[in-house]
Design a protein around this ligand. Structure first.
Ligand SMILES: [Zn+2]
Length: 543
């Protein structure tokens, strides 16, 4: 998702959201306390989720849902109790495990399922029937819930967002980033006839209207984060084309656009194809070639919903080298690599998803408008770094605890520093390896240490201290410059960020590219030397 304070338009949305918070949310329905992830409950640590099936009827008039979720899982050891997450807004009416009814109880935002003889290790099929009124989204996509609204033609328009709260916002699940359903998910969503459902994977079928309702069956076979297992409903028209990937595979691009906006359809498809070409160049082939490249227009700025990225920026574009560019469209799409394909194991490491993906925006400018344009984007990131708390705070952290602007901008600026320290060839090759090697993608997860070890190995440098310094502390490189004689200066590096690191110093003879391996060095210059003139480091110079 896009950093909310990035653009004027998102600030404007935030302002509106604050109004909505005062007006639209009834007392007792406040979910602002709710996060996702954090310390994994031992009862959930013993289960490996394999697949989710959601079968839900959406009652738009009543703003409610009812139906069931089936969870296929592998139980790693015997247990008396199975634990799932589902927020307290819903009433669970019936639960079976392997087709046998089970006793259960709901407590706060959890469901505890108990069996007389306990549950044995191995495959379990858990079916949970439930109904209720989902929370209304206060500030989507940053604060989740359902959005029940109408398009400009008066047709119902429903959107879901649950990044911050997790999938438990509307279906029972193991709500932790470290366990995605390896075999994907099936969604059977029933809506009033005439409306469409946009969801992950491939559309398998649309049932014939019955009682003026139709069921859309969507299926993804890919592993997927639980906050991406969701759908949007509208009177959509589908604009399609075919994209040929960097490896020659053909993937459908499908834009679920509102009827009133169909004139925009072809243009958005062209932008998507161009953006994909750039992202593929740096990060490898589009990740979901067996399914689709989907876009759904929604009544919020948009989210990284796998294979059906949502978009709602009212078709506002800026010009980059004469071409239309939407950082909203580009950013959310970049998440197909950084979030959906390369997924952090815990929210503690979310800078990998948001920081590297924000860095990818600078790469768009590098590609389309050159290195100077890249530098200007990097400088914007740098100016926005707050450095109030570390980017990585521990190893098991809840979404609410980690969400700061620095996971975007400091994370992105750190990639710029890493590019300088490792050099272009190693940096870009390693970044692509991180996005393509099976060790780091799809069913596997990544941590900050994984990224560090990979860059250390590929660069032949021990970068642990650099990663720790900039990601786990709020320290910046400190260097003092002291005039020690005629045209002579002593530079003292107060903190060494790597055993040997490069730094540019501008003197009267031009820019000198130095490798620093000790704390103090002497340098000759007719004027006080300028340290790191192009700004590769977050730093403080004491003169
Ligand atoms: Zn994002």
């Amino acid at each position: 998702m896009k950093l909310r304070s990035f653009l004027f338009i998102t600030n404007f949305i935030l302002f509106n959201c604050d109004l909505a918070a005062q007006v639209a949310v009834p007392k007792g329905d406040d979910i602002s306390y709710m996060g996702s992830g954090g310390k994994l409950n031992p009862l959930q640590a013993i289960m490996d989720i394999r697949h989710y099936t959601l079968a839900l009827n959406v009652d738009i008039a009543q703003q409610s849902i009812d139906g069931y979720t089936t969870i296929d899982l592998l139980l790693l050891q015997k247990t008396d109790t199975l634990l799932f997450d589902l927020i307290h807004f819903y009433k669970v009416t019936k639960i079976s495990v392997n087709n046998k009814g089970c006793s259960f109880y709901q407590q706060n935002d959890e469901i505890f399922i108990t069996g007389n003889k306990g549950f044995k290790p191995g495959k379990q099929k858990v079916k949970i029937e439930y109904n209720g009124k989902p929370p209304v989204a206060v500030c989507p996509p940053w604060n989740g819930g359902f959005t029940w609204t109408k398009d400009s033609n008066g047709n119902p328009w429903v959107a879901i967002n649950c990044w911050q709260e997790g999938g438990k916002l509307y279906f029972p699940c193991k709500d932790h980033p470290s366990d995605e359903p390896n075999e994907g998910a099936d969604l059977f969503i029933t809506v009033p006839a005439g409306l469409s459902v946009a969801a992950p994977g491939l559309l398998q079928s649309i049932s014939k209207p019955e009682n003026n309702k139709q069921t859309f069956h969507w299926k993804t076979n890919y592993t997927i984060s639980n906050y991406c297992i969701l759908f949007n409903i509208a009177k959509y028209k589908v604009y399609s084309s075919v994209y040929t990937t960097i490896n020659g595979n053909k993937v459908p691009i499908q834009f679920y656009v509102l009827e009133a906006d169909t004139a925009q359809g072809a243009h958005v498809l062209e932008i998507r194809a161009r953006d994909c070409r750039i992202l593929e160049k740096y990060f490898g082939e589009y990740p979901w070639i067996k399914e689709k490249m989907g876009i759904a227009y929604v009544p919020n700025p948009g989210m990284e919903h796998q294979t059906m990225i949502s978009y709602g920026d009212k078709y506002t574009f800026k010009k980059v080298n004469g071409q239309d560019y939407s950082d909203n469209l580009y950013h959310e799409f970049g998440h197909e690599w950084w979030a959906n394909k390369v997924t952090n194991k815990d929210w503690a490491h979310m800078w990998i998803q948001e920081g590297i993906n924000t860095y990818a925006e600078a790469l768009f400018f590098r590609e389309e408008a050159g290195e100077r344009a890249y530098d200007s984007v990097i400088n914007i990131f740098k100016r926005k770094v707050k450095n109030e708390k570390p980017v990585v705070q521990g190893d098991e952290v809840n979404t609410k605890d980690i969400y700061t602007g620095d996971i975007y901008v400091k994370g992105a600026f750190f990639m710029h520093t890493l590019r300088y320290v490792t050099g272009d060839e190693v940096f870009f090759t390693t970044l692509k390896k991180l996005a393509t090697d099976s060790m780091y993608t799809y069913n596997n997860f990544v941590t900050t240490d994984d990224v560090e070890k990979l860059f250390s190995k590929e660069s032949g440098k021990n970068l642990k201290h650099l990663f720790d310094f900039y990601l786990r502390t709020t320290n910046v490189l400190e260097v003092s410059v002291v005039n020690t004689g005629f045209h002579e200066y002593a530079l003292e590096f107060k903190n060494m960020i790597v055993d040997v690191f490069p730094i540019d110093v501008m003197t009267d003879t031009g820019i000198q590219h130095l490798m620093i391996d000790k704390k103090k060095i002497k340098i000759k210059s007719a004027f006080p030397p300028v340290i790191d003139p192009d700004g590769h480091y977050l730093k403080k110079v004491i003169e």
